[in-house]
Design a protein around this ligand. Structure first.
Ligand code: VGL
Ligand code: ZN
Length: 201
């Protein structure tokens, strides 16, 4: 069962959004053109309450992109983004969602951030995605979306740890920090997460 997991292709991560990923909109047509190649397509949504711990504005004297410690874990502070029910949290309007069977929301607990579509950053709570994919008989999991160096990367890492054969579709993803992504690609290569192009599928 060949499965595509589309991560956080939402307005706030697009150019003009509150936490823009450079060229984030360029991946939309690429994702649309490859969905028919998969047996199953699912998506993840960053979906934060207004008072979420990852928002700089909820910490007095702090700015976006500052690092703080929360319960002993390092947390980057972000601009307000993907607030539940807002325009910024919606999928990019050109993204074709017809084939999707399920959408998993993450980052909904105000006390902890969740980059991965599988677990929060403390690995305390599951979104249920592993169970869903295993129940569906998924073996090969292809990942794409935004941001390549944050939520797509952490999802690929967790998926690999959960025992899925993982394929990271590079041209259907864009990083917030390209230099950091180059380093993460090396790590994924080393682990056995394959970095591929949408043309290889
Ligand atoms: C993301 C930072 C904060 C992402 C989500 O989707 O990569 N990055 N929340
Ligand atoms: Zn977020």
């Amino acid at each position: 069962m060949k499965t595509l997991l589309i991560i956080d292709v939402q307005n706030d991560f697009m150019p003009g959004g509150s936490l823009p990923v450079p060229d984030g909109d360029k991946i939309v047509p690429i994702i649309n053109s490859m969905q028919h190649k998969f047996d199953l397509v699912v998506a993840a949504l960053d979906w934060h309450p207004q008072d979420h711990v990852s928002f700089a504005s909820n910490h007095e004297g702090k700015s976006s992109f500052d690092e703080i410690e929360i319960q002993g874990e390092s947390q980057t502070l972000w601009p307000h983004h993907c607030v539940q029910g807002t325009e910024g949290a919606k999928f990019h309007r050109d993204l074709n969602t017809n084939k999707w069977e399920a959408v998993f929301r993450k980052g909904t607990d105000k006390e902890i951030d969740s980059y991965s579509a599988f677990y929060d950053n403390g690995h305390l709570k599951s979104t249920g995605l592993t169970g869903y994919l295993k129940d569906k008989g998924v073996s090969q999991l292809f990942l794409c979306g935004l941001a390549a160096d944050i939520c797509v990367y952490f999802s690929a890492y967790d998926a690999f740890k959960e025992g899925f054969a993982c394929f990271f579709i590079e041209d259907a993803s864009q990083p917030l920090d390209p230099k950091k992504f180059q380093e993460l690609k090396k790590k994924m290569n080393y682990l056995g997460i394959q970095i591929i192009s949408s043309e290889d599928i």
